[in-house]
Ligand binder design. Sequence first.
Ligand SMILES: [Zn+2]
Ligand SMILES: [Zn+2]
Length: 135
Amino acid sequence: MSASLEGRCLCGALRYRITLPVIDAGYCHCRLCQRSAGAPVLAWLTVPMAQFAWLAGTPVVFHSSEHSQREFCGACGTQLLFRRSADPQTVDVTIASLDDPEQLPPQYHIWRQSRIGWFETADSLPRHEDSGPDR
Ligand SMILES: [Zn+2]
Ligand SMILES: [Zn+2]
């Protein structure tokens, strides 16, 4: 049996499980993430779709661009998922929605060109102005 991690939205109506290992984890500073969360940055993990499962609830889907959608709780508004139509085999999950977010520290920063000037993290992770070399 593979190790797994669980997470949920703020109110608990949506619960999910991811099976490890993840593909990667990183911070996104893009404007869409900022606006969708009302926060300066979002931390995402990426897993193969086959390693993600809803345990409870049905998310609301919002098409945040022509090529992507975000899934969140219709009751409390917590954003849990991001999917790209160009890459239907993987899904991004908000790391902070995990029951134990300490398990998956971010490994890089992307879309630094949209970084809010007063927001900076004290780490030496790779910093990419755009989507980064692998994405
Ligand atoms: Zn909720
Ligand atoms: Zn983003």
